[in-house]
Ligand binder design. Structure first.
Ligand SMILES: [Mn+2]
Length: 342
């Protein structure tokens, strides 16, 4: 943590949108609640990605440095940090859902568009005295008592940085690593259309702390156990292309043969979606309970966020998902009808 890094954040960081929908009064309300709390319960969405976990842990570091007691969690039935996020610092803040406060005085949620997306710890939202929601999903339901929600932000990490700045926190290497993981996850390493000048400016502030961008990239994208290649091969062997829709699926039997946890197959969509002939890509991933977690991606014409919302899920225009308890054929059939490609 060098002194000149602090100088660099004196000017408030810019958010994604030209005009932030978050009023100064709302920021003040959030800061007041945090100032008055001794213990703060943090939460992020189930099966956390880099943005969810990174934003939560970064904020946790800042709150701890203010002397707050902090716990964080996400409500997965099998509570485990996805392997590719285990390099993130601050994991000693995490507690499993069964140890999470049932009725926190102050709760803060990260990257979750609804209380339901918090999974097993979702009920704490209704029981908490105050809930500060930090999120950038357009589909955010408006839950909680204070909404730090800006759909123009490329990542929740941008809102977390803003919050940390307003709390008077310093961007040290731990905080920067967590925020950077969020920023690069949600911008697809600055490839997605959500990548704004503000996103690059934020990256510059984070990289200036001396974090290792090469090591973070390797942890997030460039490593996997051998079994992943075999499961990927099975998924690609089944891939189908019809009417600008490319899709495939991964079963829990595929994964069990190589002891591969569910979280390892999240990235298969990024390989399938590269198909030139397809406008929309879909990967159905069977979780350990036998439900299908469906990832969808669009190149821009189709609004998969809206389609997934109609299927009971949600997300962004170009990247969204939903859960299905129907068969693969019925699920893809229903999706294709919504897409108008049947
Ligand atoms: Mn996000």
């Amino acid at each position: 943590m060098t002194p000149d890094v602090r100088d660099r954040v004196e000017r408030p960081p810019r958010l994604g949108a030209a005009v932030s929908p978050i009023s100064e009064a709302t920021w003040e309300r959030a800061l007041d609640l945090i100032a008055g709390a001794d213990e703060i319960a943090l939460a992020c969405h189930v099966s956390p990605d880099g943005d969810a976990l990174g934003s939560m842990l970064a904020t946790g570091f800042a709150l701890r440095s203010m002397g707050k007691r902090v716990v964080g969690s996400f409500g997965d039935r099998h509570f485990a940090v996805p392997r590719l996020l285990r390099f993130l610092p601050g994991q000693d803040m995490l507690v499993p859902p069964e140890d999470y406060p049932a009725a926190p005085e102050l709760m803060m949620t990260f990257d979750s568009p609804s209380a339901e997306r918090l999974g097993l710890i979702g009920p704490s939202v209704a029981a908490a005295r105050e809930v500060i929601v930090v999120d950038h999903h357009r589909s955010n339901t408006g839950f909680g008592t204070v909404g730090l929600v800006d759909p123009g932000a490329a990542a929740t990490a941008m809102l977390a940085e803003q919050l940390i700045h307003r709390l008077g926190g310093t961007l040290d290497r731990d905080i920067a690593t967590c925020l950077y993981a969020g920023l690069v996850t949600d911008t697809g390493s600055f490839r997605h259309s959500s990548t704004t000048p503000a996103a690059h400016e934020m990256a510059a502030r984070l990289v200036a702390t001396g974090l290792r961008t090469d090591e973070i990239a390797r942890e997030l994208w460039d490593r996997s156990p051998f079994g992943y290649l075999k499961v990927l091969a099975a998924a690609l062997d089944r891939v189908e292309l019809c009417d600008e829709l490319v899709w495939t699926y991964v079963t829990r039997v595929d994964r069990a043969a190589y002891g591969l946890p569910y979280s390892e197959v999240e990235g298969i969509i990024d390989i399938v979606r590269r198909t030139d002939e397809a406008e929309v890509a879909v990967v159905l991933k069977e979780d350990d309970e036998g439900a299908w977690q469906v990832s969808t991606r669009s190149k821009g014409t189709a609004d998969v966020g809206a389609l997934c919302a109609a299927m009971g899920g949600g997300g962004h225009r170009n990247a969204a998902g939903f859960t299905s308890h129907e068969s693969v054929d019925d699920t893809i059939g229903a999706f294709r009808r919504l897409l108008g490609k049947v």
